[in-house]
Design a binder for this molecule. Structure first.
Ligand code: MF3
Ligand code: CO
Length: 261
């Protein structure tokens, strides 16, 4: 069942997403060669709790951390570790959910670590563009498949593959609500979008082949061919007929300046 949000609920979601955006700003300050993913997790958890939020991935179906940190060929749900140290040329996809005021926020961002090769930067840019093309479709009268198609078409036109095993989702009082928001689909298919729907739109895109493998830790999904992947996610409300983006990358942008992609 799809829960349509009231204006008051949307403002609570925006607050939760603001704290999430600020958390990403804190991470942007420290992501660099030599930093471990466990250090990033600690910084995020402390920042979220200091600001009254709850890191809602931690404990979700037994997930052990605040952040999912997926480096290079890791696609999603990489578990932060003191042994995983970032190095120049890596890319790290950070995914995080916060519970604040009874509402979950969800957003993801792939950061370059130092100088990254041009072909990988192109994967990042294309994935982010696909996110915004999907968001453009999140307007009343359109259907869910219009979002999915826009994401898939943009990524495949660039020669990449979208992940099919994981999907975006509705979000609100629960981290995962209906409907599912796949990154592949057909125009004109799926539910009609209505005011008050809140969707976490999250292209997960692979430079190489579309097969993915689940690591032995039971969480980390990586590309079978070990080519890199990227993941950008924003929570968006259909509101007054249009897409109202509730999450924000603005704090990342403030920190990275002209290194922001
Ligand atoms: N943020 C992820 C999502 O987009 C959820 C990961 S929470 C975990 O749905 F516990 F599964 F890691
Ligand atoms: Co999500």
């Amino acid at each position: 069942m799809i829960f349509l949000k009231t204006d008051e609920e949307v403002e609570l979601l925006r607050e939760s997403n603001k704290l999430l955006g600020m958390t990403y700003g804190e991470l942007a300050k420290v992501i660099a060669p030599g930093v471990s993913t466990a250090q990033l997790d600690k910084i995020a958890e402390e920042f979220i709790r200091d600001n009254g939020g709850i890191p809602s991935c931690k404990g979700y179906e037994g997930y052990p951390a605040t952040l999912c940190t997926s480096v290079n060929e890791q696609v999603v749900h990489g578990i932060p570790s003191g042994k995983q140290v970032l190095k120049e040329g890596d890319v790290i996809s950070v995914d995080c959910c916060i519970l604040l005021n009874g509402f979950h926020s969800d957003s993801a961002y792939t950061f370059p670590v130092g100088e990254v090769s041009e072909d990988v930067m192109q994967l990042l840019r294309t994935t982010k563009e696909a996110l915004y093309l999907g968001i453009e479709q999140a307007v009343t009268g359109h259907r869910l498949g219009d979002i999915s198609y826009a994401v898939q078409h943009h990524c495949e036109a660039a020669g990449y593959n979208v992940v099919r095993e994981f999907v975006g989702h509705g979000i609100g009082r629960e981290m995962h609500e209906d409907p599912e928001v796949p990154n592949y689909g057909r125009r004109g298919n799926g539910v009609v979008l209505k005011n008050g729907m809140v969707l976490a739109i999250e292209p997960m895109v692979m430079m190489g082949r579309r097969n993915i493998i689940l690591e032995n830790d039971g969480w980390t999904a990586r590309t079978a061919d070990r080519k890199p992947a990227a993941h950008y996610e924003l929570s968006v409300c259909v509101r007054n007929g249009k897409a109202d983006i509730l999450s924000t990358f603005d704090y990342i942008k403030q920190v990275l300046g002209d290194r922001f992609i």
